[in-house]
Design a protein around this ligand. Sequence first.
Ligand SMILES: Cc1ncc(COP(=O)(O)O)c(C=O)c1O
Length: 404
Amino acid sequence: MLDMNKIKKDFPILRVKINGKRLVYLDNAATSQKPKQVIQKLVEYYECFNANIHRSIHTLGEMATEEFEKARKEVAKFINAKEEEIIFVKNCTEGLNLAAYTLAREIKSGNIVTSIMEHHSNFVPWQQLCIRKRMEFRVADINEDFTLNYEDLYSKINKRTRVIALTHVSNILGSINDIGKVAKEGGDAYFVVDAAQSAPHLKINVKKLDVDFLAFSAHKMFGPTGVGVLYVRKDVAERLNPFLYGGEMIKEVYITKTKWNKLPYKYEAGTPNIADVVAFGEAIRYLRRVGMNKVRAHDKKISKLALRELKNIRGLKLYGPTKVKDRIAIFSFNIKGIHSHDVAHILDSEGIAVRSGHGCAMPLMRRLGVNSVARASFYIYNDEKDLEALIKGIEKVKRVFKVD
Ligand SMILES: Cc1ncc(COP(=O)(O)O)c(C=O)c1O
């Protein structure tokens, strides 16, 4: 069990009043709030050891480098990777694009397989690659219960499949995909996983999952904005050529040729976002102290309660699996006759922050037959009281719009 009092005290923003009401922050799938330990680390970086990394031999430069590389170690341990397999990028989107551009140099024909539940950032890069190379873009469907249709997915994978690009957890449905199983069925294709929604909630072991690329963002897991991770399996990272050129990623430069730096620096051109990477290291330490098992147990507890409550609201349509084991605590819904922006607006007047709109998943919206959804997404500082506030808020929305 999580020590909720202690956790809530770690997040200063939870004391902020919104429209005179207690903040009920349920937009964690968009970005999480930050604990004071992470905020303090950012301040400490700028006050005590701000310098560029990997180049200056002065003490401050070495301190900054040490802290930056400490964060890489933390991330590597967090997903059971080697340090040289961790590439720091701007966000999950940049990580997925880096994978797509890097692979684009090696792939010439065939097909790329993805799913209809992808966020645009794991859909558009592959779609565009297929358009540029005249390759086939294959999109696997979902089942009626909002889980991935594995049968359809496997029927789309064949000898000509070059890349399988799949999300670990859907940012709209909350569905968890069995990445390990897909990896086994994937044959020789490169397997790229979008872990933006899973890394904050589930224990990830890249070796067990056996994936080639895996991307996620720091800001959805207590870290600052502006930092993401692209894991690339060592043999793949060694074989492929870098996408961005410039400082740091070279070993030697001649007029006619350049030799690449060793991993992971080969893929990290230019001065990185040092302060935020260092603070991300603190965010990972925070998650490790809490324990990913406890994070998941809390998520399951909230999911069970939320599913029970939401089911009882007349006119509410939930888009996501009804079995706790198949999902995380992301609840997308619509209320009959009310636009999702109106739902979000009225909830906001009660201090409740939820997302509304297409959720960066337009192909999925079309598949669901809607233009938009309202989405409430929970994290470890959300408790039963927050769920209760959401349910009362939804009842108010219905009263305001006179929907029974
Ligand atoms: C499943 C999924 N993939 C990718 C992203 C993109 O993350 P970012 O905007 O941090 O790059 C998101 C963000 O919401 C997401 O939910």
